[in-house]
Write a protein that binds this ligand. Structure first.
Ligand code: ZN
Length: 180
């Protein structure tokens, strides 16, 4: 799931899913789609809408205000990516796609999301709070307070900016005091 959302580096403009064939390879290599499936440009467009819709949801996990439009367009993009229940011979239940075209790949991703929501890991998957980054990361912190994909890059950048702003504020105040 994390890999899907991170199939583009927004800050580097590096898109892994540039063509329908890229999407096909991506899904096939992760056993989300059979090798013989046909993937069209419309499927690619749909997949990118799903990816960005999921990114909006992951931003909400990181404190972004709830965006009903984002949830609605994610749902619309998943139209036809239908799942049904299947029981193995030993009774083990699972959710499997109804269709076997490219939408099956997105349906399988949705099943992964549903499973993650059930086991409690979904809300720990977040989009980085840095506006230019928005990389998906798993928040391992005990109190679920993680905000940045990495303290090294985004977290420190933010800290440095906050520090500069704090530095600037008192000196401005001192300036006023000196004049009065
Ligand atoms: Zn980041």
């Amino acid at each position: 799931m994390q890999q899907f959302v991170n199939s583009v580096e927004l800050d580097e403009d590096d898109e892994e899913l540039a063509t329908a064939e890229d999407l096909k390879q991506w899904l096939v290599s992760r056993d989300l789609l059979p090798r013989g499936a046909r993937v069209t440009t419309a499927d690619l467009r749909r997949a990118l809408e799903v990816r960005e819709g999921l990114r909006s949801v992951l931003a909400m996990h990181n404190g972004a205000v709830a965006a009903p439009e984002a949830a609605a367009s994610l749902e619309a993009a998943l139209e036809g990516c239908t799942l049904r229940a299947r029981f193995a011979a030993d009774g083990t239940p699972g959710l499997v796609p109804v269709r076997d075209d490219a939408r099956a790949g997105l349906a399988r991703l949705t099943a992964i999301v549903a499973a993650a929501a059930t086991d409690g890991t979904w809300s720990r998957l977040k989009a980085c709070a840095d506006d230019g980054c928005r990389w998906a990361f798993y928040d391992h912190s005990k109190n679920r307070s993680g905000r940045w994909c990495s303290m090294k890059s985004c977290g420190n950048q933010h800290k440095a900016r906050a520090f500069r702003e704090r530095q600037r504020a008192p000196s401005a105040a001192q300036g006023r005091k000196a004049r009065s």
